[in-house]
Design a protein around this ligand. Structure first.
Ligand code: ASP
Length: 354
């Protein structure tokens, strides 16, 4: 009996950082933010989006619940959304001005801040997996265009025919953009980029983002999604972030790194609790949300819009967006499991232990 008690005490002592609590995991996903109009969202359309978001969320959550790696959860969730024609990533990517689909993706491991990214890829079914292969099997972080495709072939990726990515709805959007001289924002209405961020039971974090960019993009335009620090960032000491929105603004603000940098300072200071603050302002969820909102406000001030998903080392799963909606979902070890589209639809608290 004594021996058993001693063993139990030892087991308790070797728990991870959140001392007396069971190991936590947390996952957030997005399928793009934008000016979504509730009136144009038929029940069928909504059900289709929610079903694919839920499948992506469940795939990642299963890995985390079973003790798997944050990196694997992020990839599993993103691959499902890349394969869905509903999102602007992989199949269903938007068209460039020249009528092609050019894909960008990036991924980052918060353990060692190793990262991989690709841009302007036309023949790789799941760009997020190529980005991860750049991370693990090359000495580089970022490969573009034909070079990235040659690298893919050298690593055994199948060459996917470009027609695979094309969908009638995206082609129609390009035609409308050209005929009516519209901007990408007018025809896309939403940024259908996909992303995932995760915290696993070992306390490791990961982030990934994948996109077709913006309709009618020209001259090799690349947005924030494949840029480490802009669209994607993960650092075990701070957080994991994936962004969606008007990429040029997210690059200028360095959104994903900016959020992580601010959170790292806050966590290093053991969270700030300003004198005279309301009690809830000392709360980690409150402060994490405030940091994400402040950086998104910066994007808005410059004229940009979009959103981010953030997971913190203590398991908060945060959304922040300045558009009317963001396709999104989150699941945590405390039983939170929800997908949402328009603003304010969440039912649960963002924190696993609340
Ligand atoms: N951020 C992406 C880009 O600018 C677009 C999106 O989020 O859908 O390429």
């Amino acid at each position: 009996m004594k021996k058993l008690l001693a063993l139990m005490a030892l087991a308790l002592m070797s728990q991870p950082a959140f001392a007396d609590e069971a190991p936590k995991w947390s996952l957030a996903i997005h399928g793009g933010a934008g000016t979504l109009d509730p009136k144009q969202m038929t029940p069928e359309k909504r059900a289709a989006y929610e079903a694919d978001l839920q499948r992506a969320l469940d795939a990642g959550a299963k890995i985390l619940a079973e003790g798997g790696d944050a990196m694997d959860a992020v990839k599993a969730a993103i691959v499902i959304m890349e394969d869905s024609p509903l999102f602007n990533a992989g199949k269903g990517a938007v068209f460039t001005w020249d009528g092609t689909n050019e894909l960008d993706a990036s991924i980052m491991d918060g353990r060692d801040r190793s990262a991989g990214a690709v841009a302007g890829v036309k023949t790789v079914k799941n760009p997020i997996l190529l980005a991860d292969t750049v991370r693990t099997q090359s000495e580089h972080v970022f490969l573009v265009g034909k070079g990235a495709e040659d690298f893919a072939v050298s690593k055994g990726f199948a060459v996917t025919p470009p027609e695979y990515f094309a969908t009638p709805a995206r082609r129609e959007a390009l035609e409308r953009l050209k005929a009516e001289k519209l901007s990408a924002l007018d025809v896309d209405h939403k940024f259908g980029t996909v992303g995932a961020v995760a915290l696993d039971q070992k306390g490791n974090m990961a982030a990934g983002t994948s996109t077709g960019g913006m309709t009618g993009k020209r001259w090799g335009r690349v947005g924030d999604a494949p840029m480490i620090g802009a669209g994607t960032y993960a650092d075990n000491r701070a957080c994991a972030v994936s962004a969606t929105g008007w990429g040029e603004y997210f690059i200028r603000v360095g959104v994903a790194h900016e959020i992580c940098a601010r959170l790292r300072v806050l966590q290093g200071a053991n969270w700030l609790f300003p004198k005279g603050a309301e009690p809830e302002q000392g709360d980690r969820t409150y402060q994490s949300q405030a940091v994400a909102d402040a950086v998104m406000a910066d994007v808005e001030e410059l004229g940009g819009d979009g959103g981010v998903i953030v997971v913190t080392p203590s398991g908060e799963a945060i959304f922040s967006f300045n558009t009317t909606g963001m396709y999104r979902g989150r699941a945590t070890s405390a039983g939170v499991n929800e997908v949402a589209i328009f603003g304010g639809e969440e039912k649960a608290s963002a924190t696993p232990d609340h």
